[in-house]
Design a binder for this molecule. Structure first.
Ligand code: ARG
Length: 456
């Protein structure tokens, strides 16, 4: 044969141009799917034997050949040739080199369309599991840190204005909860991608008597997919993975943003572990929170990958189109970015240094017990909340004008504004009292937080 293209030369007079090779080849990046591709092929070959489509000798050669290719790739001696387009062709072509004719039988009753869908699904499923492990580690670190700071006072913010006293442990527990939901999302995505596309062939199924339940089970799926056309056109599982990754990255970014703010001099709530900061080339005093800033920025890449693939998929007619080849770099980049982000965040939280004095000082400045005062007026003086809110506002105004904390406003001054106020009010103006008092389920009171942390 003097085919212009080894794999499908029959129909062609001319070989692909250099530019065509450049735009068409996915091998430079989809070689990352080699292990999944080989696993998929091994399951397919075992099924072809079981169904009597290939014989024992052929199957043995195929299995051995694929194992040899796996070793070659792992040892770095496999030659990836871009003219072979993608990992599927590269493996198959090497198989033919190694075992001859029998290698050509592997592609019976399948197409690259179901092959790539299977490989990628296997890859994404594995990534979901790895990310769940990293999220679990981060949550463990957050829990440990939260346990150390159940009573450490800090200002809770709304609009980044001091709102009410909370504990630093309570604040960390908020992120613990977010990452817990992320785990559920990845688990759910994993469960949804439990059907195996292998054996769907090009788009319509195959006339060969294959056993798709066998290959599905061999590859760890629950069942085969139910519609061949859908199977080869479906990238929902990638989109779902990227959506879960985007939400998780958004959580990382919010935490990173707060570490940037909290570690700045005007706040000084925390000190970043030095190994995760960098100096300035001109200002010797600087210790910049670069790692946290990059965590914040890398979120954009992950959203970008989601947007890329949503856009690729939005106008595609069924079934497979080459557009779908653009899915892989999105997945790989999102996996790498999120994996790195989770590891870095875990390390930062572990060694974060907390400045309790600065947090307490910032808290005292912001009239954080104003709500407690209003609540006291409602409970003890029977004043409707709206009026209590107004009265408290006047007391805050007086305090602010005179540079006082609420608890230092003299009783006669308070009584000028509201005669029903008694000395008893000072109990609720204390920040520790305020913290302890918020013991509703899920509240910041240490007693509550301890219970919630124990449940984990
Ligand atoms: N490299 C291709 C991809 O990633 C594999 C599928 C090719 N199928 C085809 N009909 N050209 O999508």
């Amino acid at each position: 044969m003097t085919d212009v293209n080894k794999m499908w030369g029959g129909r062609f007079d001319l070989p692909p141009s250099e530019l065509m090779l450049e735009i068409n080849a996915s091998l430079p990046y989809d070689k990352r799917l080699y292990a999944q591709d080989i696993r998929g092929s091994q399951a397919h070959a075992a099924m072809l034997l079981k169904q009597g489509i290939i014989n024992q000798d052929e199957e043995e050669k195929i299995q051995k050949g694929l194992n040899a290719i796996l070793r070659e790739i792992q040892e770095g001696v496999f030659e990836f040739r871009a003219e072979l387009e993608d990992i599927h062709m590269a493996v198959e072509s090497r198989l033919k080199e190694l075992i001859g004719e029998a290698g050509g039988k592997l592609h019976t009753a399948r197409s690259r369309n179901d092959q790539v869908a299977t490989d990628l699904k296997l890859f994404v499923r594995e990534e979901c599991q790895k990310i769940i492990v990293l999220l679990t580690e981060l949550r463990k670190t957050l829990k440990e840190k939260a346990n150390e700071h159940v009573e450490t006072l800090m200002p809770g913010f709304t609009h980044l204005q001091v709102a009410q006293p909370v504990s630093f442990g309570f604040y960390l527990h908020a992120y613990h909860e977010m990452f817990g939901r992320d785990i559920k999302r990845f688990r759910n995505a994993f469960d949804v991608m439990n059907e195996c596309p292998l054996g769907s062939a090009a788009l319509a199924g195959t006339p060969f008597d294959i056993d798709r339940f066998f290959t599905a089970q061999k590859l760890g799926f629950q069942a085969p997919t139910k519609n061949a056309m859908d199977s080869v056109s479906d990238r929902d599982f990638v989109l779902e993975f990227l959506s879960c990754s985007s939400i998780c990255a958004m959580h990382l970014s919010r935490l990173a943003e707060e570490f940037v703010i909290f570690s700045s001099q005007p706040f000084g709530f925390v000190k970043m572990p030095q190994e995760y900061t960098s100096g300035s080339s001109i200002m010797p005093q600087k210790c910049n929170p670069d790692a946290a800033e990059l965590l914040r920025a890398k979120t954009g890449r992950i959203y970008g990958n989601l947007m890329t693939l949503l856009t690729v998929m939005k106008g595609l007619p069924l079934a497979y189109s080459k557009d779908m080849q653009e899915d892989k770099e999105c997945v790989f980049d999102a996996c790498d970015t999120l994996t790195l982000g989770l590891k870095v965040m875990n390390a930062i939280v572990k060694d974060l240094c907390v400045n309790e004095t600065n947090m307490k000082t910032a808290l005292e400045k912001g009239f954080p017990t104003a709500t407690d005062l209003a609540d006291w007026l409602v409970k003890k003086a029977g004043i409707p909340f709206r009026n209590a809110h107004h009265i408290t506002g006047q007391i805050v105004k007086f305090a602010e004008k005179n540079g006082l904390c609420l608890k230092d406003v003299p009783l006669p001054e308070m009584q000028k504004i509201c005669p029903q106020i008694t000395a008893e009010v000072y109990n609720v103006l204390d920040v520790v009292h305020s913290l302890n008092d918020r013991k509703s389920y899920g509240g910041t009171a240490p007693q509550q937080l301890r219970e919630r942390l124990q449940e984990i």
